[in-house]
Design a protein around this ligand. Structure first.
Ligand code: IVH
Length: 681
């Protein structure tokens, strides 16, 4: 980010850099219809330049975009000069600055009461419409404010825009009327348009504003006609003969009577405090509006007073935009740290110089994974745009390469866990890296303990849900092996609230009893990624002893039914992490014993794919599935040419039909029971 304490040469360099950037973005926005940054980011750069110019007026650059409205006219539409320039509004971002605006207004109108008319600041595109004798003859974009593009054909397709004005109560229609307002795409229409585009695999629009801009710029009016655009009027640039109205408020009412739509809400107030109330209220209700807005517009209501106030270079003195807090802002990445989640995932988090975005101060933002860091090419020391909408968590949207310091630091995935130092692993094809020290890593311990003591694992009743948290706080559980040392801390256990003599004894008994377990349960209890109950059972059967499993290489792990190459890698990595081995050793030392493994069961259906369908009278489908799995079959939910056999109970439907069509063997319940009996014998 530009550093304000620099010598004039540096300041001028910064100004040139900002001007060049703003010009590029103006081109992308106005000419290419393809903004590369958000409005808020643009504002932020614009303000930086303005500040530099204010602090160093002697260095003001002649081509600075602060000195003109910006934008160019495309040559594919014909260009039209605005008889009354379409200027823009000054911005305020907080109540203090709004009060300054009001003070400047009121100082220029001594001894006059000032009413403010408050409108929604519609986030679309300003256009100008010319009516001659009540007939729409021309529509023109704002362009650079001095001249714009003639888009009459497209404008005529906007459904809520009157093509012919209707006079009410015998009023006369002006001979020549130029109305100004905003074209936009209401949120509902925008969502629908994007859904349709998505279903056709076409490009979607980033936001309603871009969608509206893209639609208006179509050379083929049929395309514009298919887009749900709307027009809302907010001013009159010319009227002959003069309408004779005295205020903004009356002007809007009159436009309504001629057939124009105006924004859903507007307020007429007597003080700047009331403007603030409107602003706060709308900020709360913004999501409920039919259209996108990016703030409010505060206008002096009386047209005579407006005239008296006039303009200052590019902006009227009688109106200002009161913008909602920036949804994007620039800040610096002070550091990128890796956080270890409860399941061992490593997430990079950028520590930022605190920045105010969308109403909150943001100082940390997740970068999700190493892939995202590489995609953004974000480095420590970089200047980044932080973006935030509504309740959505803030994100880094862009890295400003232009502001990259010479010694920016590239961030790589750490080789070891920042919490427990175990190796970090990331199998090919996975986006997330993990700490392999699942049993030992203190970031993962609460999850590891809950899993270890759960019913299908070591089954230590009460420990997981009730006591684990308190035991952690008392430093009694650093990892799962400490569970079998809890009996040494009876006194500390008794000090826990609601932990009486009896519950302590019950807990210690449950822990003691859990030592007599089975190999599959123990393997499952270790919480190795990818190893659920079934896989644990398969591993136990395959390797027959814990020692054989812990020494297995990837190839032999992969030979286990149910273990694919990624799971094999996870298992291998788990037993490579020294700290895990320490904990496992301690567990085994504490006297955990496995029931003798039964001789390896015969697996006559090994590798075959079976399907169970319909209702069986003698057992549920789950039980049938388990029996088939025990015989080595894989049980699948759908029939394909790879299916070896289908067990069909009563009311078997489409799966049976498909099996018959494919000529696959089908067993009825009786045949299935006979088959099972045959294997048992
Ligand atoms: S009045 C002299 N009223 O804001 C300019 N503008 O930054 C008078 N806008 O280009 C503009 N809602 O596109 C006015 N209720 C509203 C508005 C509004 C949105 C836009 C308009 C203009 C820009 C000025």
């Amino acid at each position: 980010m530009p550093n304000p304490d620099l010598n004039p040469q540096h300041i001028q360099q910064q100004m040139r850099q900002l001007i060049q950037l703003l010009q590029q973005h103006n081109h992308a926005y106005y000419v290419m219809d393809n903004p590369t940054i958000s409005d808020a980011e643009y504002d932020s750069l614009f303000q930086q330049l303005q500040q530099l110019e204010q602090d160093n007026p002697q260095l003001l650059q002649a081509d600075s975009p602060t000195q003109k409205v910006g934008g160019q006219v495309l040559d594919k539409f014909s260009s039209v000069v605005h008889q009354v320039p379409m200027l823009s509004l000054g911005n305020v971002f907080n109540f203090e600055d709004l009060k300054h605006f009001a003070r400047r207004v009121e100082e220029r109108l001594p001894n006059q009461a000032v009413q403010y008319e408050v409108e929604l600041k519609l986030d679309g595109l300003a256009i100008s419409l010319l009516y001659e004798h009540g007939v729409l003859v021309r529509g023109v974009t704002r362009g650079d404010g001095e001249s714009g593009e003639e888009i009459t054909q497209n404008v005529k397709t906007i459904r809520n825009l009157p093509k012919i004005l209707t006079a009410q109560n015998g009023e006369k229609i002006p001979e020549r009327l130029e109305v100004r307002g905003e074209v936009l795409m209401p949120k509902a229409g925008f969502d629908k348009l994007n859904r349709i585009a998505e279903s056709k695999g076409e490009k979607t629009f980033a936001n309603p504003r871009n969608a509206a801009a893209g639609s208006l710029r179509q050379l083929d009016a049929n395309i514009a006609a298919s887009r749900p655009l709307a027009f809302f009027a907010y001013g009159v640039a010319q009227c002959e003969p003069h309408h004779g109205l005295n205020s903004m408020h009356d002007t809007l009412q009159w436009l309504t009577s001629l057939g124009f739509a105006i924004a859903e809400r507007q307020w007429l107030v007597n003080s700047i405090d009331e403007v603030e109330q409107c602003y706060q209220q709308v900020m709360q209700e913004r999501a409920k509006l039919n259209v996108e807005i990016d703030g409010m517009v505060v206008k002096v209501n009386d047209l005579q007073q407006q005239k008296q106030l006039g303009f200052l270079s590019r902006e009227p003195r009688w109106a200002t935009a009161y913008k909602f807090p920036a949804q994007a802002a620039l800040t610096k990445v002070d550091n990128i740290e890796w956080q270890v989640g409860r399941t061992g995932t490593l997430t990079p988090v950028a520590r930022l110089a605190p920045v105010f975005v969308g109403g909150v101060t943001v100082s940390n933002v997740t970068l999700h994974n190493i892939g995202e860091i590489q995609r953004l090419d974000v480095r420590i020391g970089d200047t980044v745009s932080v973006y935030r909408t509504g309740d959505v968590i803030p994100k880094v949207e862009k890295v400003w390469q232009e502001f990259r310091p010479q010694h920016s630091q590239v961030v790589e995935l750490p080789k070891n866990c920042p919490v427990c130092d175990s190796p970090v692993v990331m199998p090919e094809g996975e986006a997330l890296a993990r700490c392999s020290g699942g049993l030992y890593c203190s970031a993962q311990r609460i999850e590891a303990i809950r899993h270890f003591v759960s019913r299908k694992a070591m089954d230590i009743e009460g420990l997981g849900d009730r006591w684990a948290e308190s035991l952690l706080h008392l430093n009694l559980l650093n990892h799962v092996a400490d569970i079998y040392r809890l009996h040494q801390h009876r006194d500390k256990l008794l000090s826990i609230e609601k932990m009486g003599e009896k519950s302590v004894q019950n807990l210690l008994d449950a822990i003691e009893n859990s030592k007599k377990t089975t190999l599959p349960r123990f393997i499952y209890a270790l919480g190795i990624r990818g190893v659920g109950e079934t896989t644990a059972r398969m591993l136990a059967q395959q390797f027959q002893s814990f020692d054989a499993l812990r020494q297995a290489d990837i190839d032999s792990l992969q030979k286990t039914p149910d273990v694919g190459n990624i799971t094999a890698e996870w298992i291998f990595d788990f037993f490579q992490a020294e700290h895990n081995l320490e904990v496992v050793e301690q567990l085994l030392q504490s006297g955990i014993e496995f029931e003798a493994m039964t001789a390896p069961t015969r697996q006559p259906l090994n590798g075959e794919s079976w399907v169970v369908t319909g209702t069986l009278a003698s057992m549920g489908r789950d039980e049938a599935t388990q029996k088939l799995q025990a015989l080595g079959a894989r049980v699948s939910g759908s029939v394909s040419s790879k299916t070896k056999c289908v067990v069909a109970g009563e009311k078997a439907g489409s799966k049976l039909e498909k099996a018959e069509k494919l000529g696959i063997t089908v067993l009825d319940e009786q045949q299935f029971l006979e088959l099972l009996a045959g294997f048992e014998g």
